[in-house]
Design a protein around this ligand. Sequence first.
Ligand code: PLP
Length: 426
Amino acid sequence: PNEADFTQDGAEIVNFHGAHIMVYDYPADSKYIARKIANFKERMEDDALFAVVNLKVLLDRMEEWKINFSRAEPHYAFKCNNDPVIVRILANLGCGYDCASKDEIDYVLDNKLVPSEKIIYANTVKTQSFIKHASKIGINLMTFDNEEELYKIKKLHSDPKLLLRIYASDNYGQCSFGKKFGCDPDEEGPKLLQKAFELGIPVVGISFHIGIGFNDTQVICKAIKDARNLFEVGTKTGHKMTIFDIGGGFPGSDKMGKIPFKKISFDINQALDEHFPESMGVKIVSEPGRFFVASVVSVIVNIIAATKVKASRIFENPENPDEEAYLYYVNDGNFGSFSGRLFDNYTPKGEPLFIESGHEKEYPCIIYGPTCNGADKIEVKEKMRKMEVGEWLFYDDMGAYTKTISTNFNGFKQPKYFYFTDRETW
Ligand code: PLP
């Protein structure tokens, strides 16, 4: 089906830069809309997976950011979800962009999402031809964390303005950046500031990214303190330091993070007030990705095969090895929307889209992806009602690092996005 099929159902279809958005007269949640679409698809014998995109949630997330983090101007991390509707709405809501490559930068500029001044080329390891391109099109604000990068930038960029990225990682987080990025703030930081000055490259501020799923805001508060110290060093060295970039890594919802966002923003605001009081005149920016989009998208997959097995096939040493259990195969997996399981330590938890009476009994099961690869396993469940081939599973919180790291391995497609919202939000 396409969106127009839902007009008799009360949806007005509005055109938003070529995309169709279903605007309902009443507030609707993702599961409700997913059920409508699934019902329609069943009538058409269409078993293709799909996604519902709740634009009200996107606006709510922005509202939450603005209320709790009014100082930290967001530059949305484009890599997180590059969907054309989502990125345009975020730009319209005032976001700048964090881009990591030439293609990301070109998309943002070609589609006139934001002007070049609102883009941070936030990749400390830049391809040489990309630096040249950035110079040509006026992308000047870039991060770096090593001396080699300074020589490359000196040679290839005519008007660079750099942010020195310092190491700040919670090694026990869900997806730590480990030692891949960031210089040591005490030893290397001052030397790099000095080297940049000698080369005549302005360093305009400091950045960090804490990693994902951090356990403790103290690591962030320490990074803020380290950054302040380097602001002093940089200023003494001769740089005009005016921007502090506190990166991303903020949870997609309180359900997904280890610390509630209110507590994170409270602690960070306090550290900013201590080390970067507003009177200092430093512009605070940030690079959130998952915070905005994780909970906006839900993916709905179809059960394409089901096998009855014994629990011993699912668990190592089950209490009751002969217990009835099931293997379900669905039409999306770790090579598609669920790639976050591998790259982002995401643990998906699906549930039947429809409640069926008479199906109350529950069984252990495994949900497998559709490809021929043995590692294409989405989740193991202790209990779920018995599902039939052709039924649907609903996966919430599928907006971050799903679409952008999907492949079409084995010829399986990404879900079609159905955008919806209520009239008041629209
Ligand atoms: N900024 C940088 C430099 C990143 O590498 C990333 C993610 O990898 C982000 C921002 C966005 O992080 P998140 O989506 O966790 O907010």
